[in-house]
Design a protein around this ligand. Sequence first.
Ligand code: HEC
Length: 241
Amino acid sequence: MCGLSLVVPPSSVLADETVSEYDIAIDLATMLQSARSIIGGNQDLINDPTLGDKGLSAAVVRERALEKFSAAKGGAMPDLSGDSLKSRLLKAQVDAISKVMTEHQETINQPGIAFKGFVPAVFARLVNEEFKRTMGEEAEVKVTAPPELIRNRKARPDEWEVEAIRNKLSAPDWEKGAIFSAEATGNGRPAFRVLVPEYYSQGCLACHGSPKGELDITGYPKEGGNLGDLGGVISVTLFRK
Ligand code: HEC
């Protein structure tokens, strides 16, 4: 996940209410990408069997994720103490990031083992699961993919995601990197939903590339993906009251 660029929200001309929901969704996607890129950027460190403590405490990762997020947003720090939906969701997400890091200190800091299975995709899924546990009535963040690429069953796309990935993000005339958002249902409830596409960069192909079917370092068969292919999406759902 290290090669990913962060989401830059397009200036849009939507109705006010929609702009702010869109804004919240993009912030949640950006925060997830920011934290995930800290894990990706430290993969060699995490995989180093000669070291014990890697210095990647919950506080350190939280701090660096916030810095990265802030840089992606043009310098402003997110407000994590307000009562607005945006503040509450971002705070819950940052808390989820801290919690996952706290819970994995022993794994990450275990000396004598190189590959510990702690890769960006696993980290992101755990953060999303924790976020859902605390905020699932109001919002969900998920990293999913076209059905034929799904590795972890927990990440399977729902019907709306399958169709939007097929008919929008994978359409030949879809502008690369463009974000898809719509009024839709999620878990049977009215919702505002946003899909941020993610494409394979060179670093992804060690696991998702060729030869198709060969096991990668994590033990999953490679998908045979190519540079620039749509590898997945960050899917954000904001449920309506
Ligand atoms: C070290 C191997 C490795 C690398 C490198 C890697 N991935 Fe993955 N990826 C995985 C594993 C393992 C999973 C399943 C994680 C889990 O248990 O949820 C996964 C899951 C995903 C998923 C979620 C859907 C699913 O299949 O479960 C997406 C999307 C994804 N990867 C895209 C990427 C992209 C894009 C990159 C590069 C920026 C990348 N991956 C780099 C190993 C890797």
